[in-house]
Design a protein around this ligand. Structure first.
Ligand code: THU
Length: 160
């Protein structure tokens, strides 16, 4: 038997320790929770991403009476950004969640479907995307989606 370990590095920042650029998208992700349409879960998620040219695009989760049709905040923001600015890599994405009258104390982790979509962004632009997971107790930052999804299925996997 062979065995290997996979490690992911996560850095936790307080607001005062974040760069101005990162703090800006964290705050915009928090702000974006206000536009969440989540009458079914009451769980408001906001996302804010920065493109290589500095443009910021935000999104929030959008639910539906036919539950599976709803879309997460991350994918709402990513798909809109890629539609509007198809030639711009996404360099950072911040996520925040608000429920029961307060921001989650611990960061929420993107769902598996969003991780796969986020991975495609890195693969498409051949550039890592930093992910900032806001929690009231601190923002957890990974330098690449690969830290959140260590086994990757990407375009190249189809041709091997
Ligand atoms: N949700 C997101 O928007 N992003 C996540 O990372 C996790 C979950 C949404 C989907 C649904 O509208 C609600 O949160 C509850 O699952």
């Amino acid at each position: 038997m062979e065995k290997y370990e996979i490690k992911s590095e996560v850095c936790i920042f307080q607001d005062s320790e974040l760069s101005a650029e990162d703090l800006e998208i964290v705050n915009l992700a928090k702000e974006a929770t206000k536009n969440s349409y989540s009458p079914y879960s009451q769980f408001k998620v906001g996302a804010a991403l920065r493109l290589a040219n500095g443009t910021i695009v935000t999104g929030s989760n959008q639910e539906n009476a036919s539950y599976p049709l709803g879309l997460c905040a991350e994918r709402t923001a990513i798909f809109h950004a890629q539609h509007m600015y198809p030639d711009q890599p996404i360099v950072a994405l911040a996520i925040a969640a608000y429920a029961n009258g307060h921001f989650h104390p611990e960061p929420i982790s993107p769902c598996g479907a969003c991780r796969q979509v986020m991975l495609e962004v890195e693969d498409r632009y051949k550039r890592p995307m930093r992910v900032l997971l806001y929690g009231a107790s601190g923002t957890h930052v990974v330098s690449s989606v690969k830290s959140l999804l260590p086994f990757q299925f990407v375009n190249e996997s189809l041709t091997k």
